[in-house]
Write a protein that binds this ligand. Sequence first.
Ligand code: NAD
Ligand code: TYD
Length: 338
Amino acid sequence: MKNILVTGGAGFIGSNFINYILNKRDDYFIVNLDKLTYAGNLENLKEVESKKNYTFIKGDIVNSELVNYIFEKYKIKYVINFAAESHVDRSILGSEIFFRTNVIGTNVLLEAAKRFNVERFLQISTDEVYGSLGPTGLFTEKTPVAPNSPYSASKASADMMVQSFNHTYGLPTLITRCSNNYGPLQFPEKLIPLMILNALKDKKLPVYGDGMNVRDWIYVIDHNKAVELVFENGKIGEVYNIGAGNEMPNIEIVKIILKNLNKSEELIQFVKDRPGHDKRYAIDSSKIQNDLKWKPEFNFESAIVNTIEWYLKNKKWWERIVSGEYQNYYNKQYSDRI
Ligand code: NAD
Ligand code: TYD
């Protein structure tokens, strides 16, 4: 049995990971440590909550006393750190919590991992640490880290701390840097679910700037299969980029969503641009494809339809969110821009 501490497992990617992995493997014992911020939701984990090889602890990765207690009590030998503040726009409104969770929190986990001699520490990072690309070229693992937003700066800082623990103490670390994810259970502040829900409610779809910023989209299950492979077979000390080779300008995504929902493009509203908005992200994933034999399995055309259908079928899941405290954030965010 592998005793694994998964942090942030009640969020979008973490909960998809736990649901996927516990369905597949019974040699993993997962302790899910999550603070249940606005982005964490235990409903995401209904299908695994009664499994014997799963337990949930509500808590903060910054709390070193709690983290050390968990390592000791559950004999943790593996860590997969998904926990983070994850939204660029929120980091622009206020950066402190990003530094606290993403940098200090990661440091607390690293210190505990060192103390308890963990066998693998996997840091879930992002392609945003590389900064922004011009019209050509791709991010490789050798691209220098050059983050632009408070979010990406905090993730890059965490990555550097992880690498320093590998270099200095020989902690067996790994880092994955994935591109933009989409799929079921994504909190509707990110582009794709926000646009789906606004379109369903016949609200305006706020597209930043001219809509020509490019992101490289990957279905969340493809990301998580890559995480599993890196966790199992990745070479200690290495960084692995993960991307599905699916670059698209934002406006194109928005139009695809409207078309699928049979809604008019008149709902599109171009709004004031995000400050410091990165122009283009695009990933070269040849290292993980060659070394670990990973490749993406989902194509965008069908996976976006699955995603839209999931939101159509799971109105209860998102209605609670859009009618609650989130609405205040939404109003604040978009009243500044529109
Ligand atoms: P999310 O915001 O949906 O979920 C984050 C989770 O972390 C939530 O459940 C939240 O409650 C928890 N959390 C936050 N602060 C915490 C703390 N101090 N202690 C314990 N738990 C805490 O994020 P996501 O989209 O699922 O992203 C997960 C990870 O993947 C993040 O590290 C993010 O940087 C990275 N990532 C995300 C994307 C993407 O497109 N969403 C792409 C690449 C990498
Ligand atoms: P987002 O989902 O916030 O991810 P990230 O900023 O981490 O890439 O945004 C994806 C792209 O969509 C980004 O270029 C900003 C743009 N965007 C909009 O145009 N309107 C919106 O309301 C949001 C949330 C994002």
